[in-house]
Design a protein around this ligand. Sequence first.
Ligand code: ADP
Ligand code: MG
Length: 549
Amino acid sequence: MTTVEPVSAHDYILNSPATLLTDALSGFVAAHPDIDWQPDPGFLYRADRGEDRRVALVSGGGSGHEPMHSGMIGAGMLDAACPGLVFTSPNALQVAGATRWADRGAGVLHIVKNYTGDVLNFRIARHLVRDEVATDHVIVDDDVATASESGPGRRGTGATIIVEKICGAAAAEGKKLDEVAEIGRRVAANSRSIAIAYQACTVPGSSVPAFELPTDEMEFGVGIHGEAGVRRTAKVGARELVNRMVDPIVDALSLVHGEQVIALVNGLGSAHQLELDLVFGEVVADLHRRGITVARPMAGTFITALDMDGVSITLVRADDDVLALFDAPTTAPAWPYVPARAVSAPVAVTFAEPDDAAADGPECGWLSAFVDRVQGSIDHLTDLDRRAGDGDFGVNMDAALGHFAIPLRGTDTEVLDAIATSFLVRAGGTSGALFGVLFRQLAAAFADGRGFDDSLRAGAQSALAEIVDLGGASVGDNTMVDALSPAVDALADGDTGVAAEAAERGARSTEELTAAKGRASYVGENARGVIDPGALVVSWLFRAAADRS
Ligand code: ADP
Ligand code: MG
């Protein structure tokens, strides 16, 4: 039984929903000095006009899909783009105006996504200019989710920018209008896409998303205008998801072992680049298993559906001619740099495991007791950092010390060294670095072969100096320094027992302080009454040293 949790609508940064488009276009033109705006009848165009006697490209569509199409204006891609209102096709007068402007005497190619409004308005525009400009058009219809026999046919989605890229390169090469159109139609015919969403988009000014989706379900086969998908299923892992998405595309294109494709993984607006990279890796692996080579990789946010939280996959069957045009240069600001190299196989990424296993030999009792105490207190430490910081302290301690088997074996120096390496390599955050320094200094001091107390005194002293130098904290700033500094003072004329008591008193003193350094400084008064976890762990180290047998 799934429950529909209330989904809050995305809040857009804007002056008013009514001026969103013009305000955004104004900012776009300001940010792209190579692109200008023609207010009558309303289109974006290449400011430098480009070479004469070259086929020109005009595209356009509803707004809300940025960076398509505006970001694809530039040498080697679009000459002009006509933005409609959000999710609404541009009107025929806009397209006609852009077509007249773009013509360099060699004709104008329209690249049109297959939606009734877009197809109609571009067609009327061609009719309007028929006595003035030679025109042709390519319809992009790549969405396999809408491949039914009846109805308006497959929607145009991700493949659009690849058709624009390839036609743009063909035009820049000086190919004739019918040749550029023919290449575009061939690329469109060899392109298929599918999209999924974890959450629908919200149209600016609306208070609800286009459709409601329970948090544990996804919509398969969504469109780029908030159209619900063809089916709703439980969320699955990325590998399974990609497999389900690639299957119908491979089927539709009849791709077989040995073929190569341009693979585009595209974010629909709210998907994070980390997710897109992850999905791309799964696409490469999936295609690799099918014996299909990714000739060119694209993973980014290019064709959006406002703030839709989802991803689309587009595959374009590629031959050498198509790839040569794909690889040609363009100045379009949203076209990514794609190296002209195939992706041979998925790449397994791991972090090297640090060589920090403690040595064989006698048990190192005091450090075993310390590590054991930290291992048993991860949740408590996390809780302290959650209340007074950002909540990752326990995770960092666990990353550094969690993997050690108790008892630790080896000389004091060997074990201190292993702990230092582990902190520096495995743990993140401030604590990873500063505890790494603490244990490295202790290891160095113990290596000098003095007695236990002398080694601890020398190591703690140089660690304190380095930690203060690095982090700039003084006593009273609510950090590990509040435990370390009194311990160092106590060791100057006392033994480890006195030092442990001083460290414990110092750690307890942080309960009354608000932090001045570290993440805890951002939560201010909230930290009052919460012991600093870094100081607490330092006090445990001195307690373990004092209680060693
Ligand atoms: P963060 O989340 O700040 O990156 P951790 O949660 O890993 O770091 O570690 C927080 C601990 O680090 C604090 O409890 C405190 O003892 C210590 N710390 C933070 N800033 C400093 C500093 N400038 N000097 C010394 N110790 C610090
Ligand atoms: Mg933290």
